[in-house]
Structures are given as structure tokens and as C-alpha cells.
Design a protein around this ligand. Structure first.
Ligand SMILES: NC(=O)c1ccc[n+]([C@@H]2O[C@H](COP(=O)([O-])OP(=O)(O)OC[C@H]3O[C@@H](n4cnc5c(N)ncnc54)[C@H](OP(=O)(O)O)[C@@H]3O)[C@@H](O)[C@H]2O)c1
Length: 224
């Protein structure tokens, strides 16, 4: 039987590289999209994946890269102040095959229904960091909010995975999740980046997650 093909948009970043590795281990044929200048970061996979160089919000690149894919895993990042996240989400929603599972990454600050309960620390961080980052023209947090709002309104088979604080290290297993930030299970606020990637890859076959925005944490920290 021929292996199923998936596309990883933003494959050269830290999360993207973990997703490439895990998806290959799961037996998927992997197509990656990354900026031309970042191709070298994926050199160790070069004989095993197909790579498209380009901006992740480039509709032509996304159409070509996702052709024939059963799933598209997208790293949503709010870099710059020109709507990169929104453009990426739009390109994936509009250009990928109609039946594909679409899985997007973002942070806890994103809220699908406004029912999340945030700590004063997170609220303060967003309130101070957002305007500062935008003023420096580095990051526009609101861009990721606009991107996920577009996804939440879509009829496509999407999942928006909301990551907690991330740390490096060996896998601790598939993270646990809750519908809303503020749920006691999420108290540790930490996830290994490799396990964030694992959750993204495993979501491909988990239909329970369709039209959900799971907030995730390490399964081990949740037990402590
Ligand atoms: N960092 C955290 O603590 C944290 C916490 C919760 C959730 N998240 C979410 O996790 C996901 C991945 O986060 P991460 O921190 O692990 O980052 P990452 O995987 O290293 O990804 C960064 C991505 O941004 C791209 N990028 C970097 N600079 C760019 C620029 N100037 N213009 C366009 N693209 C640029 C990178 O591409 P190149 O390889 O081409 O540079 C890469 O694809 C994001 O969706 C984030 O919202 C992160």
C-alpha cells in the first residue's frame, strides 16, 4: 500500500523539524514548506522528504506543496507586521485539498469561544509584550488571533493546537488536553516541544479533535 502523503508548512523551525521526524517515523510521505534560506536546516532529511522553498503565505507554493496530501500541519507564527500568520492560514484553507485534515499550531493566548481563564501572569505578558513587539515591528500577536479566527469560521476539517510554555528534552509521551485554559489539568503550563509535535502528528487520525482547539500540557506534569 502506498504511504499517505502529508505536508508540513513551516518545516524548518524547531517544531517543524520534530514534526518531520515523527511523521517519517509514522510512515508518512512528507512534503515540507520552508523559506528558501532555511532549506539547509532540513539537510538531514533531504533524501527522505520533498521540499518546497518559499514563504508559507505564498498561495502558489501552498497549492503545489499540498497537492495529493491527506493532511497539512501548519506552524502559525506571527512574524513581522504584514499579516504573515493570516496569509499562511488563508493559503492553507483555500489551497489545500478539500478533504485534507488541517492542523495548526499556536499558543494558549488564542481563544476559540472566549471561555478560557488566564492567569494574571499570562494576561500581563500579552498586554506588555504585544504592543512592544509590534512597535519593534518584530511580531504581531494580533495577526495570529486574526489567523485563528479565520480558521474557527471555516467549514474545513481543522484543529488548532494551543501549546503551553515549551521546553526541550526527550519525549514524555502524548500530551493531555483540555478545551479551555484554566482547566486544572493544565496547571503545570509546560510541554516538551517534541510532544507538541507528536500531538500535531497524532491529530491527523483523531476525528474527535475536528473543530476543536485543544490546549495541551505534558502528560507527566499533569499527573504530578
Ligand atoms: N515558543 C514557545 O514557547 C511557544 C509556546 C506556545 C506555543 N508556541 C507555538 O508553537 C509554534 C512553534 O513555535 P516555536 O517557538 O517552536 O517556533 P519554531 O518551531 O522554531 O518556528 C518558528 C517558525 O517561524 C519561522 N520564522 C522565523 N523567523 C521568521 C521570519 N522573520 N519570517 C517568517 N518566518 C519566520 C521559522 O522559519 P525558518 O526556519 O525559515 O526561520 C519557523 O518556521 C508556534 O505556532 C507558536 O505559536 C510556541
Amino acid at each position: 500500500m502506498e504511504a499517505k502523503q502529508i505536508c508540513i508548512v513551516g518545516a524548518s523551525g524547531k517544531l517543524g523539524q520534530y514534526m518531520v521526524e515523527l511523521a517519517l517515523n509514522e510512515g508518512y510521505q512528507v512534503v515540507g514548506v520552508c523559506r528558501e534560506k532555511s532549506r539547509h536546516k532540513l539537510d538531514r532529511f533531504k533524501d527522505r522528504i520533498t521540499l518546497f522553498g518559499g514563504a508559507t503565505d505564498d498561495t502558489d507554493v501552498i497549492r503545489q506543496a499540498t497537492e495529493g496530501c491527506v493532511a497539512v500541519l501548519t506552524v502559525l507564527v506571527p512574524w513581522g507586521v504584514h499579516g504573515y500568520s493570516l496569509g499562511t492560514a488563508r493559503a492553507v484553507l483555500e489551497q489545500s485539498p478539500p478533504d485534507a485534515r488541517l492542523i495548526f499550531s499556536c499558543g494558549w493566548h488564542i481563544s476559540q469561544d472566549g471561555q478560557d481563564q488566564y492567569s494574571w501572569k499570562l494576561k500581563a505578558l500579552v498586554a506588555i509584550a504585544s504592543p512592544l513587539a509590534r512597535w519593534l515591528r518584530l511580531v504581531d500577536i494580533e495577526d495570529q488571533v486574526r489567523a485563528t479566527n479565520l480558521i474557527f469560521q471555516s467549514q474545513r476539517k481543522w484543529t488548532v493546537v494551543r501549546g503551553s510554555d515549551l521546553e526541550e528534552g526527550e519525549s514524555e509521551g502524548l500530551p493531555v488536553w483540555a478545551k479551555h485554559v484554566g482547566d486544572p489539568i493544565l496547571a503545570s503550563n509546560r510541554t516538551r516541544r517534541i510532544d507538541f509535535a507528536l500531538f500535531m502528528v497524532k491529530a491527523i487520525d483523531n476525528d474527535v479533535l475536528i473543530h476543536q482547539s485543544p490546549a495541551i500540557v505534558s502528560c507527566q506534569s499533569a499527573r504530578q
